[in-house]
Ligand binder design. Structure first.
Ligand code: GTP
Length: 518
């Protein structure tokens, strides 16, 4: 019995111990699970952080994460853990190798940069200091990234320097348009012979690829040539005015002289007349008072002598006066002749200049200013007579390709030949002008609606049949033409716009055709 009690108490102690041990085991297990959970989280975070560096490593870590999430497979994961460990070691080696290679390429980039000329001294020093730093190996990407940033900074500095040095700006479409307009204007302005070579080379420099500097200096040169011309023209006018002024003062002198002379002559003549009259009165008195015939004879002879002397003095005076007058008139005539010659000269020069201002220098056709004048005249005629009036615009097809393939001067010659052909295909009353570039404008009065198309087609065919031969190549040049008739209450500029729109249509309908706006 005693044994039984003892056994029972021992059992209860054992039970107690077992219970405590189980409790401790449960606690441990719970602690273990918590730590395992932490480890799993850590691995998960680590695998995310490493993601993308190595696909094999990514896959292994994903698999490991999956296995570790199930506690019962933890043992199976040991092999995976070992593999991951191996891959991680390899990856480290690879990263170190990559970093070493990158250090090498950064060094060679820096050597290239150092070879650039015209680097500012400060930047040169910075670069060579940086190159020394590149000798030390990189341990992590964090050693590498700032170095790349530094090289980007160097490039940026160099680029800014180059921009400052180069000072070359991009040629934009608006600059190209300005260049074209300038070249166009140069074709329309008459320059002096000695200036023409300079103008041609400016025009040439503006046709192909050019830099902004070329355009600016072209403007500058053209401006100074124009100013020079204005100054010359002004001097010429001034010279004329000086001559005119000189001639007028000569005339004035002659007139003043002859006036003062005639005043004097008048006074002398008046005095002589008085003398003669008193002589006659004397004779009268002598004749009435004297009875002695001899005495009378003496008296009369004396009186007649005095009278003759006075008369011959008067005659001499009148002769002198005549000579003086003739001389004055001659001098006046000479002066006036000179003056009228000078005026004629000046008028001729003005007229020539005016004519030149209205002629296109290249083609010798009337230019845009002349077209403007003629348009006004034709418009007034139309308003008065209501006779039909047509405006036609012709444009050479693919003219750019002639310039591009055979050169600008061949292009110029082509323009001259076509201009001549256009001029020769018209009647006296019809008018053609070079509007600019490869565009020509016609004013065609008194042409009926049924005749206009055949007329313009003849013009088109005439150009097409010109046997151009460039570089031994037979070339056919064609033109497209648009035309419009002026209608009631329309301005001629509006007619021009309709003709231009018709030309646009002709260009879009494969060119070499005439389109009449209807
Ligand atoms: N040689 C020369 N070329 C000129 C003159 N004026 C303008 N040009 C050139 O004429 C050409 C006109 O070219 P675009 O306007 O493209 O027209 P295109 O080549 O005739 O073509 P389409 O009109 O469309 O048929 C440009 O290359 C100008 O440089 C000039 O006085 N002399």
């Amino acid at each position: 019995m005693k044994d039984a009690v003892a056994s029972t108490s021992q059992l209860s102690v054992l039970q107690q111990k077992l219970y405590s041990a189980r409790q401790a085991l449960d606690d441990m297990s719970e602690d273990y699970n918590e730590k395992l959970q932490l480890l799993l989280q850590f691995i998960a975070q680590l695998s995310i952080a490493c993601k993308g560096q190595n696909i094999e490593l990514d896959n292994k870590l994903a698999k490991l994460r999956h296995k570790l999430s199930r506690f019962n497979q933890i043992d199976e994961s040991l092999a995976d853990l070992e593999e991951v460990d191996g891959i991680l070691k390899q990856q480290y080696g690879r990263v170190m190798q990559q970093l070493e290679e990158s250090r090498g390429s950064l060094s060679s980039i820096i050597s290239q940069i150092q070879r650039l000329d015209s680097l500012p001294i400060k930047l040169k020093k910075e670069i060579s200091y940086f190159k020394k730093e590149l000798v030390k190996p990189f341990h992590t990407y964090w050693d590498y990234i700032p170095k790349v940033e530094k090289i980007v900074y160097f490039y940026n500095e160099i680029l800014n320097e180059q921009l400052k040095l180069g000072d070359k700006f991009e040629v934009l479409p608006k600059h190209r348009q300005s260049a074209q307009e300038l070249a166009q204007m140069l074709s329309e302005i008459e320059f002096r012979k000695e200036q023409q070579e300079q103008i041609s080379s400016i025009k040439l420099s503006l046709t192909d690829e050019f830099e902004l500097d070329t355009l600016l200096s072209a403007y500058q040169v053209v401006l100074s040539l124009l100013l020079d011309n204005i100054a010359k023209e002004k001097t010429a006018s001034q010279e004329f005015l000086y001559i005119l002024n000189g001639a007028l003062s000569n005339v004035r002198e002659v007139v003043t002289d002859s006036y003062s002379h005639s005043v004097k002559s008048f006074q002398v003549a008046k005095k002589l007349n008085g003398e003669i009259n008193s002589q006659v009165d004397n004779i009268d008195g002598s004749v009435t008072d004297i009875n002695d015939i001899n005495h009378l004879k003496n008296q009369v002879t004396e009186q007649l002598l005095a009278l003759r002397t006075a008369l011959s003095r008067k005659e001499a005076l009148e002769n002198r006066e005549q000579i003086q007058l003739r001389q004055s008139v001659d001098a006046l005539r000479r002066e006036l002749n000179e003056l009228s010659k000078e005026t004629e000269n000046y008028k001729e020069r003005l007229f020539e200049q005016q004519k030149l201002n209205l002629l296109d220098t290249l083609t010798q056709l009337p230019n845009r200013a002349a077209l403007q004048e003629r348009m006004e005249i034709e418009y007034r005629n139309y308003k008065r007579t209501k006779q039909p009036l047509w405006v036609a615009v012709a444009d050479i097809d693919h003219f750019k390709s002639i310039n591009d393939s055979f050169g600008h001067s061949t292009g110029d010659k082509t323009l001259q030949v076509i201009a001549m052909a256009l001029k020769n295909s018209l009647r006296e009353t019809e008018f053609v002008s070079r509007f600019g570039g490869e565009e020509f404008v016609f004013l065609l009065p008194d042409v009926s609606e049924s005749d206009i198309k055949p007329l313009l087609n003849r013009v088109r065919e005439k150009v097409k049949s010109i046997p151009f031969k460039f570089k031994n190549q037979r070339i056919t040049v064609t033109v497209s033409i648009g035309a419009a008739q002026i209608i009631e209450n329309e301005l001629i500029t509006e007619t021009f716009e309709r003709a231009d729109a018709a030309l646009y249509k002709a260009k879009h309908q494969s060119r070499d055709r005439v389109i009449i706006d209807s």
